[in-house]
Design a protein around this ligand. Structure first.
Ligand code: COA
Length: 185
């Protein structure tokens, strides 16, 4: 895991679950519960990877992100970004990008060939974050979040050809944009 002067990244532990649920409740219209986060820890490392961002001075949890791995024939072929969240007071300073970078890097190390995710079609910040990382929209799941809220499905292909991190991923995904832009977004 990497660190900077202000924030350290490490894997999620049982002790983080309460802080993650509290942060989630401040940023999501349908927040994950504490039980849901705790359930993620019951999955094996081959199935999940969750990273948390810790303020180096206060030791507060200020962000987190998780990826689910999909295996076929005994090897990881795909990662699915499950959630990324940043404390509202820390948003807009690159922390979301760095959390996503951690998830992209781990997925690449595990051998995933692509990454997918769903995001609310009106979530401008998250859309900007994912586009910046090289994800391209490929379609819409109508009513995915209930109450008529649609999800945009995004993919990052050719993960293994990405040199490192989101900036390179964006360059690698330029072709995805050309082939995958949906007309109804
Ligand atoms: C989405 C989220 C994680 C982004 O975290 P962040 O730390 O603010 O993001 P960053 O500062 O790393 O910014 C990443 C990119 O998104 C852009 N961005 C961030 N907030 C934005 C906003 N409100 N509107 C438009 N663009 C925005 C930034 O400009 C940056 O792009 P750039 O590098 O090209 O300038 C954060 O807004 C959040 O926690 N939202 C609530 C939870 C959520 O919706 N998670 C996604 C679930 S799918």
């Amino acid at each position: 895991m990497s660190s900077t002067a202000a924030v350290t990244f490490r894997e999620m532990t049982r002790g983080d679950v309460g802080s993650m649920a509290r942060l989630e409740a401040t940023v999501s219209p349908r927040p994950w519960s504490e039980d849901l986060f705790a359930g993620e820890l019951k999955m094996s490392g081959a199935e999940r990877h969750w990273v948390v961002a810790i303020d180096s001075v206060t030791s507060d949890l200020v962000g987190f992100g998780g990826v689910m791995f999909v295996a076929a024939d005994g090897r990881i072929v795909e990662g699915h970004i499950m959630n990324v969240a940043v404390d509202p007071e820390r948003q807009g300073h690159g922390l979301g990008r760095r959390l996503l970078d951690e998830l992209v890097g781990v997925s690449k190390e595990r051998g995933a060939e692509s990454l997918t995710l769903e995001v609310r079609v009106d979530n401008k910040a998250a859309l900007a974050l994912y586009r910046r990382a090289g994800f391209a929209p490929v379609g819409v799941r109508s009513g995915y979040y209930g109450h008529g809220e649609d999800a945009l499905v995004m993919w990052l292909h050719d993960l293994q050809s990405v040199a490192s991190g989101p900036q390179s991923a964006a360059a690698a995904a330029e072709g995805n944009e050309a082939e995958g832009e949906p007309s109804d977004v």
